[in-house]
Structures are given as structure tokens and as C-alpha cells.
Design a protein around this ligand. Structure first.
Ligand code: NOJ
Length: 514
């Protein structure tokens, strides 16, 4: 596999609107990010995932791209963008951009051309039904917005028309084209052009939005053969022309690695191992393993995780997130002490860590914020970064910011840098420890004990990791040499006994077993 850098990458996800405003207009920008690269690096992160930075009307937080070859003026100039990439590289950091391949903004020039009533070279770049009264089942079709005959299919919101990568199963040839048609292939070539443009500008790869959404009527959930064929073709282009760049998919299925992605997000989907590990509580009557009352089940998590891991481990990685711009932050549902256990577990499991900005200080999900730019419930995870106790928490000196800022004397960077026991300083220790042991970036992984709310025990090569998410002491029948050195711990280190381990409440321990 190319891209050996991915193996030891630790990503920091930046939602550009909310990270750092350098010019006082209330929105974060490239210059603001560039100025904070040393901070990001000091955490132990060596890569960045930047959410959409393109010219956009922001009807979906920038996932509605108006111009794929231009940065949003909101974030600065083209030169500011180039400077950001250049500076990150000079500091030894990689940058991946968000790629939105499945849909554009309704204001995209190619879409407007496609929507013209007379046939032209872009008529088939998007998916249109035959007549203006056609509302095919299983698709979202928008009518009455353009003079072209027919309705356009959208991928997400009504403002995001689907690009035409064709159909695998063609049910109605009067408007559906095969994914092998010339029109579909032209869309694919256009996408390669977009990728080349940003790779030539220096980015190191892409996080691919809704990667599984390209070809329509494409097989069962997850298993998408034609979409996979498209990505394999794109991966072949990358391997040939840009061999050191990575593709990380938003797909959340083992299929994505077979389709050519280097890594895939294990997302917060119902029943996903990630959901069972830390996010069950977001649904009624579902509990995660880290539920403080022990109602979760390590066994269920481990079974799903191992099955999935076995399918991908030889060819790719899990991308494991602290949170992202679509997901409620873990705080305040968990205390900082619990977050330390959660981050330790997440980032010692096999996978590439992704830390969402602000999670290193335990920024809270803000409930009931009025939706901005169609964030809806996601808005509460997108509030500005909390740097210090000054105006707008040091994010901006504007009178009004993109979203309201939380001023919190404990949850800000300056306060936590001063506090030895803070979450921020802990993240630094954890990432430094992770970096110091090759076992964590190896493929070696084996579960030694996983049952209900009992401590979860797993091996990474010669290392044994033990976590107890509960407030009570527990024992597990995993025998560890009493002389095995403790390399890392939170709370009291677990104690090897003849018949197993005594595991202290709310603790995490890593032993080295010879
Ligand atoms: C997934 C992105 O993460 C989300 O923010 C966006 O709204 C949809 N895809 C549509 O692009």
C-alpha cells in the first residue's frame, strides 16, 4: 500500500467557520487556522481534515459546492489557502480536504447549464426525470424550479442536485442511464479533474462525502458494486498520478476498503460497534459500553468490531472519531474523567484517530440552538472553538459570530494548558504514548475479555489494555504476569492476581506482557 504516512497519522478535524477568525468578520478563516497549526501539532496531531472550503451558498454548511475550483471568500483568498497548505507541510503536517462528489449546490454553474430548456453538453451531467410530473419512488425529485422539462433528483437536501454517475439497475431507460454510459463516465472524469486540481495545489488526499451515493440503484445496502467500480477506477488514477495521497470514505462499511479507500469512518449508526461503544444513549433504550450504570455490553461491541476488522485489516483502516460535525459531542454526557477513558480506548484500538476540534478540551454539545446554515441538530456541535476567557472565547473580535460562543472558565485552551490534570494535557500524554509504541499502529489486535459492563481487555501485540468504565471495582479472569510493567494508566492501575485482574473503578491500564 502507498501512503505509509496514514499508518501513524492522527487527524484533527476543522470546521473552518468555527475554528479561528483572523479578520474579525465572525467566521473562522484560513489565516486563523494557519496561526493555530503549532497548537494542533502540540497536541500530537500530524494531519488535518478540513471540512468544505469551497465557494458555496452554505445551504448545508458548505456541502453544497457552487464552484469546485475556488475557495470560499468567507475563509480568505486563494493565497491564504495556499499559505495554509504550505505552512502545514513545512511543519510536517498533512492536509486532507473534503470532497463532495455526489451533488453540487443548486447554484453550481454546471447545474444551471444542465437545467436549461435546450439540450446542451451538460444536460446529462445531473439526473433528470423525463417529465415535469414524474416523481419516481425511492428518489427525491424537485419540480418547478427550472425551465427544463423534467425534475431533478437530489442527493441530500433539495438544494443539492445529484450528479449523474448513472444507474446500476436501469428500471426506466427513458431517464436512467447506465453507469457505463458516456455521460456517466464524463461525470467521473470531471470528478478526477476536481481531485487533480486540489492535489496539484498540495493537499494530501480527501475525506469523501457520502462516498457510497454515486451510482443509483446499486445493489444492497453497503454492497455497491458499480459505485465500487467507479472508486477503484479513481483509486487507480491516484495510485498512478498521486501515489502518496489518501482517500478516507464516509461509507461505514467494509465494502469501502474493497472499493479502494485507504480508510473508512466507523460512524455513529444504529448498532455499529462505535455506537455500541460510546454513543448508545443518543437513542431511546440503547446504552453504550461507557454507560456509567453498566447497561452497555462490551461483548456486543467486540463482536461487531472484530468481524468488521477481520474484513478490512489487510487492506485498510478504521477512521475512529471523537466526534464530527454531524454528531453530538460526547460532552456534557460524559465527564472529563470518563472522556479520558473513552479517548484512551478509542485511540488504542486499531484505527486512525480523528479528533474533532474542541474535543481535546471537552467542548460541550449545545442543545436547542436555532439551526444555522441547515445544521439543524448538528448546529450544537459546530460552535466556535473556545480558546480563552476573552471576548467570544478568543475565537473572534466580531460583535456577532457565526454561532454563539460559550465562555467557560474550565473549558478553554488557556485554562487547560495551565492545569496539569486537564483533558487537554491528558490528550497530549495519550497521543505521545500511542506514538511511542509501534504496537498501536500495527495490525495486531485480539480481544481477551468482553462481557456486559465488565472490564474490556484487549491485546495489541505484546501490550494488554484494560478499561473499567464503571464506578465500582471489578475483576476479570485474564491472567497477567504480576511483574508485567504498567506503561500507562488512568486511575489506579489494574492489579494482576493469580486468577485474573482486579480492575479499579474508572480506570485504564496498559501492561507490557513479555
Ligand atoms: C455528510 C456530511 O458530513 C454532512 O455534513 C452533509 O450534510 C451531508 N453529507 C451532505 O453532503
Amino acid at each position: 500500500m502507498n501512503c505509509t504516512w496514514l499508518k501513524s497519522a492522527v487527524f484533527y478535524e476543522i470546521y473552518p467557520n468555527s475554528f479561528m477568525d483572523s479578520n474579525g468578520d465572525g467566521y473562522g478563516d484560513f489565516k486563523g487556522i494557519t496561526g493555530k497549526l503549532d497548537y494542533i501539532k502540540s497536541l500530537g496531531c500530524n494531519a488535518i481534515w478540513l471540512n468544505p472550503h469551497y465557494d458555496s451558498p452554505f445551504m448545508d454548511g458548505g456541502y453544497d459546492v457552487r464552484d469546485y475550483f475556488k475557495v470560499s471568500e468567507r475563509f480568505g483568498t486563494e493565497e491564504d489557502f495556499d499559505e495554509f497548505i504550505k505552512t502545514a507541510h513545512a511543519k510536517g503536517m498533512k492536509v486532507i480536504l473534503d470532497l463532495v462528489p455526489g451533488h453540487t449546490s443548486e447554484q453550481n454553474a454546471d447545474f444551471l447549464k444542465s437545467a436549461e430548456p435546450t439540450e446542451n453538453e451538460l444536460s446529462d451531467r445531473f439526473i433528470w426525470t423525463r417529465g415535469e410530473w414524474d416523481f419516481p419512488q425511492g428518489f427525491k425529485a424537485i419540480s418547478g424550479r427550472h425551465n427544463r422539462k423534467g425534475n431533478y433528483i437530489v442527493n441530500f437536501y433539495s438544494t443539492q442536485p445529484s450528479l449523474n454517475y448513472g444507474f446500476n439497475r436501469v428500471d426506466d431507460p427513458s431517464w436512467q442511464m447506465s453507469y457505463k454510459s458516456d455521460a456517466a463516465k464524463k461525470t467521473r472524469e470531471w470528478l478526477k479533474g476536481v481531485m487533480r486540481f486540489w492535489l496539484d495545489r498540495g493537499c494530501d488526499g480527501f475525506r469523501v462525502d457520502m462516498a457510497d451515493s454515486l451510482v443509483k440503484n446499486d445493489g444492497e445496502q453497503g454492497e455497491k458494486p458499480a459505485t465500487s467500480e467507479v472508486w477503484k477506477d479513481i483509486r487507480a488514477m491516484l495510485d498512478k498520478e498521486y501515489p502518496d495521497t489518501v482517500l478516507v470514505s464516509e461509507w461505514s462499511n467494509a465494502q469501502s476498503i474493497r472499493a479502494g479507500f485507504h480508510a473508512d469512518f466507523m460512524l455513529d449508526h444504529h448498532g455499529n460497534p462505535y455506537n455500541l461503544l460510546v454513543r448508545g444513549e443518543e437513542e431511546p433504550d440503547v446504552y453504550s459500553y461507557f454507560d456509567i450504570n453498566g447497561r452497555g455490553d462490551a461483548g456486543k461491541f467486540a463482536q461487531g468490531f472484530c468481524e468488521w476488522y477481520d474484513k478490512i485489516k489487510d487492506d485498510g483502516y478504521f477512521a475512529l472519531i471523537s466526534c464530527n460535525h454531524d454528531t453530538p459531542r460526547l460532552a456534557p454526557n460524559y465527564t472529563h474523567e470518563q472522556l479520558k477513558l473513552i479517548y484512551s480506548t478509542l485511540f488504542t484500538l486499531p484505527g486512525v484517530p480523528f479528533i474533532y476540534y474542541g474535543d481535546e478540551i471537552g467542548m460541550k454539545y449545545i442543545k436547542d440552538l436555532p439551526s444555522v446554515e441547515c445544521g439543524f441538530a448538528r448546529t450544537g456541535s459546530r460552535t466556535p472553538m473556545q480558546w480563552d476567557m476573552t471576548k467570544n472565547a478568543g475565537f473572534s473580535n466580531a460583535e456577532r459570530t457565526f454561532l454563539p460562543t460559550e465562555i467557560d472558565k474550565a473549558v478553554n485552551v488557556v485554562a487547560q494548558l495551565k492545569d496539569k490534570k486537564s483533558l487537554l494535557n491528558f490528550i497530549k500524554e495519550l497521543l505521545a504514548f500511542r506514538k511511542s509504541r509501534a504496537e498501536f499502529t500495527s495490525r495486531d489486535f485480539e480481544v481477551a475479555h468482553a462481557k456486559g459492563g465488565e472490564p474490556l481487555v484487549y491485546r495489541r501485540g505484546g501490550l494488554i489494555c484494560v478499561v473499567n468504565p464503571l464506578k465500582v471495582k471489578q475483576s476479570v479472569p485474564v491472567v497477567v504476569n504480576p511483574k508485567a510493567p504498567v506503561l500507562f494508566n488512568i486511575g489506579k492501575a489494574a492489579k494482576p492476581k493469580k486468577t485474573g485482574l482486579d480492575v479499579a473503578p474508572l480506570s485504564f491500564t496498559v501492561f507490557e506482557s513479555k
